[in-house]
Design a protein around this ligand. Structure first.
Ligand SMILES: NC(=O)c1ccc[n+]([C@@H]2O[C@H](COP(=O)([O-])OP(=O)(O)OC[C@H]3O[C@@H](n4cnc5c(N)ncnc54)[C@H](O)[C@@H]3O)[C@@H](O)[C@H]2O)c1
Length: 355
């Protein structure tokens, strides 16, 4: 897997206590990496970090504290950094734009600046989002060279994080003797077990079904690029591998979206889950703030240049997500490790590049 480069490698994940970060740490554990994490404490109960219990040397502190980030990186000497820590909610960004801009822009800048001076770091992957593109309500997908922008503070903060990343890459890494390579990764709306963050759709569905409650949904006709959490993580890990191997041509922004058939509406997603799991009563709320209707990622660049592609389509993604929550709510079983193994087995069968 990934050319074996993660075995015994010192890897730092910021945002390790979050949904994507904790899945990434579990996968890195499987790959034999020595994992370091920098985040705040998990902010939901239950949460995937505590349930999946990855083996991580943790520092719990704010990423806007430059000296603390510097101290931790200096002490842990990572060779690869995955920067995922962020304020990731559009709705919360309307409530607290200052925290959103500080965390997502200054926090990202801090990690890049520390990586620039660190003698150990060879690769840093900055995780942003599909929402970093200026939304033009296109029915076709955004590409890496499309205009950045953002109406809501979250999207704008991630577009800014992309600009900061690009500036660091151009200003500091094109020099002779430079050993640091920087890439950014833009992924779609992730599904998968163990996400109890506010405003995440599957959490609301899982709670409504398991506790026999009514499901309240906004934006039923919005189209999103749904994908299993392991899909973008496979893209981040592949980028980490290639940058670590000093392949400078990959130090760029990359989209890691699902195939076109996975771009379905919120209502279609809920209907599939209702058919496969259990009936729920749904009421549709009108949204309080503006959110994009159409959002599709074009990942042709990753498909062609990295030879990366998704392992599971929308069907498997929904089935495995239902399976995770069902097992948790009905039997108190956490399926994370089993699903990582299944995902990698399926990737091997499909001869996916990173296997
Ligand atoms: N979940 C999605 O659908 C999705 C889609 C596209 C991009 N992303 C991006 O992926 C990354 C991870 O998202 P997630 O869904 O796992 O979110 P999450 O809320 O589950 O996790 C966020 C993590 O960041 C940490 N964090 C937040 N503010 C911090 C601060 N000020 N200092 C230190 N740590 C802080 C939290 O402690 C947590 O570990 C984010 O950058 C997000 O923007 C997520």
């Amino acid at each position: 897997m990934f050319d074996g480069i993660y075995k015994n490698r010192r890897v730092l994940v910021s945002g390790h206590t979050g949904f994507k970060g904790s899945w990434l740490c579990k996968w890195l554990n499987n790959l034999g990496a020595e994992v370091y994490g920098y985040s705040l404490l998990p902010n939901t109960e239950p949460n995937h970090f505590d349930l999946s219990n990855p083996s991580v040397n943790s520092c719990i502190n704010n990423i806007i504290d430059f000296n603390s980030v510097k101290k931790f990186v200096t002490k842990s000497e990572p060779e690869i950094i995955f920067h995922l820590a962020a304020q990731p909610s559009v709705l919360k960004s309307y409530e607290d734009p200052i925290e959103t801009f500080n965390t997502n822009i200054i926090g990202t800048t801090n990690f890049l600046e520390v990586a620039r001076y660190s003698p150990s770091v060879k690769a840093i992957i900055i995780v942003t989002t599909d929402k970093c593109y200026k939304n033009k309500e296109w029915v076709y997908g955004y590409r890496e060279n499309d205009e950045l922008g953002g109406h809501d503070p979250y999207s704008a903060s991630k577009a800014c994080a992309e600009l900061v990343t690009d500036s660091f890459r151009k200003s500091f890494t094109n020099k002779k003797n430079n050993k640091l390579l920087i890439a950014s990764a833009r992924a779609g709306n992730v599904l998968g077990g163990g996400d109890w963050t506010n405003d995440r759709i599957f959490k609301d569905i899982a709670i409504a079904i398991s506790k026999n409650k009514k499901l309240s949904l906004r934006n039923p006709n919005s189209v999103r690029p749904w994908q299993h959490v392991l899909e973008p993580l496979s893209g981040y890990l592949l980028l980490g591998q290639l940058l670590y191997q000093d392949k400078k041509e990959y130090a760029k922004p990359w989209n890691f979206g699902p195939s076109l058939s996975s771009n379905i509406t919120v209502r279609e997603l809920v209907d599939i889950v209702k058919n496969r799991w259990n009936h729920i009563e749904v009421e549709y709320d009108s949204p309080k703030n503006e959110e994009t209707k159409n959002l599709v990622l074009d990942s042709s660049k990753a498909y062609n240049k990295l030879k990366w592609k998704p392992v599971w389509g929308i069907d498997y993604t929904i089935n495995y997500t239902i399976d995770w929550y069902k097992n948790y709510y009905e039997k108190n079983i956490v399926k994370t490790e089993e699903q990582i193994n299944k995902f990698t087995e399926d990737a091997v069968k499909s001869k996916i590049i990173w296997t």
